[in-house]
Design a protein around this ligand. Structure first.
Ligand SMILES: [Zn+2]
Length: 84
């Protein structure tokens, strides 16, 4: 696992914002933060809305709009914010 993972609260908040606002995603980010649902959207080479790399990308809709990743991040942020 050398895929960069957010560790600080600040990084998690930044990632959360990206996931919520991204329109396109590459398949690596999609699989990491979401669940692949549909297989028929157009795939093309462009900039990933999450990691910013030029890769074959598709719509975040194909990964259920990252609901799983967003939910997990929000929980983590909530837990860390509660810490003294
Ligand atoms: Zn990406």
């Amino acid at each position: 696992m050398d895929f960069q993972s957010p560790t600080t609260l600040k990084e998690k908040k930044a990632l959360l914002k990206k996931l919520e606002t991204a329109y396109n995603t590459c398949f690596d980010c999609g699989r990491k933060y979401g669940v692949y649902s549909v297989g028929c959207s157009s795939v093309y080479e462009s900039k990933c809305g999450v990691c910013g790399e030029i890769k074959p990308i598709t719509e975040t809709r194909d990964f259920a709009y990252f609901v799983t990743g967003i939910r997990k991040l929000k929980l983590e942020i909530q837990n860390e914010t509660k810490l003294p």
